[in-house]
Design a protein around this ligand. Sequence first.
Ligand code: SME
Length: 158
Amino acid sequence: MAQDGEEVKKMDSEDIFEKVKGILKKDIDKDGKLKKICKLLADDVEHYDWVGFYLVKKERLVLGPYVGEPTEHTDIGFGEGICGQAADMEETFRVQDVTKEDNYLSCSVNVKSELVVPIFKNGEVVGELDIDSHEESPFTDEDEKLLEDICEEVAEIL
Ligand code: SME
């Protein structure tokens, strides 16, 4: 139990990263690996309520494996919403309060914040890892670092 003044550890990044590397080595197909990574993240991190991969096809972001509520946003253009902006700007987007973001595609009224990390291969965006949270302002540099490290590993199988 956390003592007074002691920060409660929200996630064990090292452990999660090792598990991701284990999943990527499994003898299963690409979508199976991506789905297992989504499930791992959603199970192991309390503030991750929707976890999914978008994959770039014909310069659009097409929804791949995910865990969470179904979404109508299965095909997103570059520049559209938080996902499209992250792809267009080629950078991680951390939105701690989605009500303050004008260019936002809502998936569910429960979502309060979102973190989108592009996946690069040979310098090009080939996909994204998208996290929605029902908490406001839950994301820290630790989330970003973990997800960027995961995306580097995932790039190898795309
Ligand atoms: N909110 C995203 C759309 C995808 S869903 O979060 C699953 C956006 O604004 O691009």
